[in-house]
Design a protein around this ligand. Structure first.
Ligand code: AVI
Length: 316
């Protein structure tokens, strides 16, 4: 490419276009959080996980180190570990190294991340069959034939379940149960309710990384959907909604604004917001009820000394 030629914009996913146009037209305005994770958004999320204020990742990682011998005892050897998400984190090797699995199946909708992280895992565990599956795990999936007959251990760390409304979370847990089959177990990370003084900074850090992560959604819209959103006129907001037991992230317009996306015009008034994410937090009992509603019976539970995060092992 000559240096005068602009790079072609990435081909927009039609589902992204549809979600953004519908989300900007509805009231209150809301865009699903799944669209945060383009390459830049995924990099920013990795940065978030290392922030001093963002306690979930380091708390869950420490918990996993502590829990894995007992998880190994409760689930026995020879299970196929099925991870919902690409497994790019440091947590997967802790589990795989501790439980003598028969195979590892990471499932992710993004083929690129999936292949990269599967290749990394394969290097770390050269004799373990690693069978990446490109699929939307929000729906029941058909696992690779090579793991037929092996009992499954689902792995869903990071409290990603918290990004779903409780009803959708129950549907997902049921879909996982369907995908994993008879005799399956599930190891899931769930973030707990805690003081607002801890929760809000975790989603509104001093360095502004979470703000950049939130604003990247608008930049992605501009990049991929020919948007003219004046990103600098939006501010990141993280608020605790006690009634719904969740942190909400919003992008608030600082003044009256007009812009276009994919040829359509939109207006937003000063102080109005676009709701971009929910991160639900569960109490001890609430987490167990959620799992039971999703068809899973808890058989083991680990939490840190402050009770900030829980790892739960459940069986179908
Ligand atoms: C991926 N998910 C569990 C994160 C969370 O904590 O809800 C996403 C996130 N949003 C802002 N910070 C982190």
């Amino acid at each position: 490419m000559s240096e005068h030629q602009a790079a072609a914009p990435a081909a927009a996913d039609p589902r992204f276009r549809a979600d953004v146009l519908a989300g900007l037209a509805m009231r209150p305005r809301a865009i699903p959080a799944r669209w945060f994770y383009d390459r830049r958004g995924s990099e920013l999320f990795e940065e978030i996980t290392r922030l001093p204020e963002y306690y979930p990742t380091r708390t869950e990682t420490a918990l996993l180190h502590r829990a894995v011998p007992e998880v190994a005892r409760l689930c026995g050897p020879g299970r196929a570990v099925v991870e919902f998400g690409s497994g790019s984190s440091a947590k997967t090797p802790i589990l795989l190294g501790g439980i003598a699995p028969a195979a590892y199946v990471p499932i992710d909708i993004s083929g690129d991340f999936l292949r990269d992280s599967a290749a990394e895992l394969q290097q770390a565990f050269p004799t373990l069959p690693v069978l990446p599956l490109e699929a939307d795990f929000l729906r029941p999936v058909t696992l690779p034939g090579a793991v037929d007959g092996q009992p499954k251990l689902g792995f869903f760390p990071g409290s990603t379940i918290g990004n779903m409304e409780p009803l959708a979370a129950v549907d997902l847990l049921r879909a996982m149960r369907g995908s994993l089959g008879e005799g399956a177990q599930l190891l899931i990370g769930i973030d707990r309710v805690k003081p607002e003084t801890v929760l809000v900074p975790a989603y509104d850090d001093a360095q502004g990384v979470t703000a950049a992560f939130n604003c990247n959604l608008l930049e992605r819209i501009n990049r991929e959907l020919e948007g003219t959103i004046p990103v600098a006129h939006f501010v990141h907001r993280a608020v605790w909604n006690d009634a719904a037991s969740r942190i909400e992230m919003h992008l608030e317009a600082r003044r009256d604004l007009r812009f276009t996306v994919a040829g359509q015009s939109f207006e937003i008034g000063a102080g109005e917001t676009i709701h971009t994410e929910n991160s639900h937090k569960y109490g001890e009992r609430g987490a167990r009820v959620l799992l039971r509603a999703g068809g899973w019976t808890p058989i083991g539970e680990w939490s840190d000394d402050q009770g900030w995060f829980a790892l739960i092992l459940a069986e179908a």
